[in-house]
Write a new protein. Structure first.
Length: 236
């Protein structure tokens, strides 16, 4: 599949995005004319750390993981961007290289806004720039929480808090609890909190036996949110 086969109206996508939904039609038309839609298959690398930061992306369909790798190849997942989310905004604003890798977790369509089109627009529309600053502040808060968890919490508490965040972002009502509407392997979950796949497997099985969660063909359903919160605080 190529980008030309993506059946989305760019103006409608822009009009539905929280960052741009208050714009007038002429503004939306101007931005749409300077944007493009791209398709990325599952596991495709969208950009890598160090690449030129010439654009910002909005997820139209699918999900994207933002990750970093150590010299010996270990992966740390910094965030997962859901439909409607933005990424790539840091390098776009400061013109510096990308700070991390972006990889499609599943088939993903992106609306790409290029720097040379967006920066003049932000200068003319400070209210949009302020909303984008809000996105950056939220991202910084999330990064700070991630760093604090990594430095101060044991693996089980880090994983419990990660499941809470995943539940907030991707949870949907299910029998007896909240199912995570995202399928991540145990290896991917380990990369999210910086622990081994074996440790994740042990914790999942233990918490399933204790009735905290349920595993269904790789999908996680949180059954006891209160117990999960207690696990997240147990070694704080």
């Amino acid at each position: 599949m190529t980008a030309s086969r993506i059946a989305f109206d760019k103006e409608l996508v822009l009009a539905g995005h929280f960052l741009l939904k208050h714009l007038q039609r002429d503004d939306l038309h101007r931005l749409a004319a300077g944007s493009r839609l791209t398709y990325h298959p599952r596991n495709a690398v969208i950009f890598q750390k160090g690449d030129p930061g010439s654009s910002m992306m909005a997820v139209v369909r699918g999900r994207v993981k933002i990750c970093s790798h150590s010299m010996d190849g270990k992966e740390l997942v910094l965030s997962i961007v859901n439909r409607g989310g933005l990424f790539g905004e840091i390098a776009l604003l400061d013109g510096e290289p990308r700070t991390a890798d972006a990889v499609a977790l599943e088939e993903t369509d992106l609306l790409v806004l290029d720097r040379n089109q967006l920066m003049p627009f932000l200068t003319e529309r400070p209210e949009v720039a302020l909303r984008l600053i809000g996105v950056l502040c939220k991202r910084l808060r999330q990064t700070s929480e991630h760093l604090e968890d990594t430095l101060f919490l044991e693996a089980s508490s880090r994983f419990a808090r990660a499941l809470q965040r995943l539940g907030d972002a991707f949870g949907r009502p299910a029998a007896g609890g909240t199912q995570l509407d995202i399928k991540l392997s145990q290896q991917q979950l380990g990369c999210l909190v910086g622990v081994s796949r074996e440790s994740i497997n042990k914790l999942l099985n233990e918490w399933q036996r204790n009735g905290v969660l349920r595993l269904d063909a790789g999908r996680i359903t949180i059954l006891d949110r209160e117990a999960l919160e207690e696990l997240g605080e147990s070694c704080a």
